[in-house]
Design a protein around this ligand. Structure first.
Ligand code: DSN
Length: 396
């Protein structure tokens, strides 16, 4: 049968191959991940959990689950190995947002207070934004970054002690510096709050030892599996063993029905790959490449939020250029370079325009780009931006 869908998939494949992919949350998965996600496991329903579960949640609501039980247990075992942890893990969340929703529901009631980072400072929508379920269901207090763009731990502590939140959240979608999980844990203890980490962006760095680990410090840890972890799209929740039953119940039946077994298979293949020395080396290269590219922008006179990066991404502050993030994103699209507009700390423009762009190196490092390649891409972006500025002057 002729299907328009496969034509479109072919077109998208071509687009992905022909462009330089700098979106910090994207990556390219292996053939094995694609095989697992496209497998017959998509046919299977398995509401519930494999029979033996430390959380006490046991049993499936369907027959024929013997193979998928083994698969889900195998997947959980691998992820615990990767993060060298005895935390409980739930691999069923369909996405990072679903993982955060279930994580909140496991320990919070509507109306409880969360202390998290402000969206324009680099947080995620599900960290309490008023337009998201998290901001509608919970009271949110936000901490900020300081004038240099670093998380202001004095602000975190002052707000924690003033607001006495039920939960303090660390983690971000657009923050280029190391997050001091130990300092957050200390503040949470002092304020009598639970401590949750959303490590979606940096999970690969945590796995490879390129970012301090939140395990042993946080009560609950959520992540996606597709950013620096380079796997299938999806989410996971880790928690201290004593919270296992609450977390499992919050995922199913609390916020989801049947797990996506083909995606869990993809997560297991992702985990097998993340356990290899090659993967650790890949992450080290992602970080080195990011630093090299970021330093190239600084040398060319660009303003970079915090002046640099410790991880896989950085933010260019375009304020001095007079251009918006959207204009730069659109023009770079026309030159085959894909990135996303992004708010910067103290943002004055709308999130639809923004004063910055976010740049990440995880995807093109998978494609084999070296530090020199990333510097060349930085120079190309600079040429495009300078042309845009000249054109603006001429037409002004
Ligand atoms: N929207 C994702 C990102 O681009 O960082 C986070 O979920």
């Amino acid at each position: 049968m002729q299907s328009k869908v496969f034509e479109l998939i072919e077109k998208e494949m071509q687009r992905q191959q022909d462009t330089v992919e700098l979106i910090a949350s994207e990556n390219f998965v292996s053939e094995n991940v694609l095989r697992a996600v496209g497998s017959c496991l998509t046919n299977k329903y398995a509401e519930g959990y494999p029979a033996v579960r430390e959380s006490g949640n046991r049993g499936r609501y369907y027959g024929g689950c013997e193979v998928v039980n083994e698969l889900e247990e195998y997947c959980c075992t691998l992820w615990k190995q990767i993060f060298r942890t005895d935390y409980h893990v739930n691999v069923q969340p369909h996405s990072g947002s679903s993982a955060n929703l279930a994580a909140y529901f496991s320990v919070l009631r509507p109306g409880d207070t969360i202390l998290s980072m402000d969206l324009s400072n680099g947080a995620h929508l599900t960290h309490g934004s008023p337009v998201n379920f998290s901001g509608k269901l919970f009271q949110t207090v936000f901490y900020n970054v300081d004038a240099a763009g670093y998380i202001d731990m004095a602000d975190v502590r002052a707000k924690a002690l003033a607001a006495r939140p039920k939960l303090i959240l660390a983690g971000a979608s657009a923050y280029s510096r190391t997050i001091d999980f130990a300092a957050f844990a200390e503040i949470a203890k002092e304020a009598g709050a639970l401590f949750m980490v959303d490590m979606s962006h940096i999970a690969g760095l945590v796995a490879a030892g390129d970012h301090p680990s939140p395990f042993g410090l946080a009560d609950i840890i959520t992540t996606t599996t597709h950013k620096t972890l380079r796997g299938t799209r999806g989410g996971m929740i880790f928690c201290r063993p004593e919270l296992a039953k609450k977390v499992d119940s919050a995922v199913f039946p609390g916020t989801q029905g049947g797990p996506l077994l083909h995606v869990i298979a993809g997560k297991a293949v992702t985990a097998e790959e993340a356990l290899t020395p090659e993967y650790r080396e890949y992450i080290h290269r992602v970080v080195r490449n990011c630093r090299a590219m970021c330093e190239a922008f600084v040398r060319m006179g660009y303003q970079v939020v915090t002046g640099g990066t410790d991880n896989h991404l950085f933010l260019l502050d375009l304020t001095n250029t007079g251009l918006t993030g959207k204009e730069v994103q659109d023009e770079l699209d026309r030159h085959g370079i894909t990135l996303n507009k992004n708010c910067i700390p103290g943002e004055t423009r709308s999130p639809k325009d923004t004063s910055g762009v976010r740049i990440g190196t995880a995807a093109m490092t998978t494609r084999g780009y070296t530090e020199e390649d990333f510097v060349r891409v930085a120079e190309k972006i600079d040429r495009v931006i300078r042309q845009m500025i000249q054109l603006r002057k001429k037409t002004a």
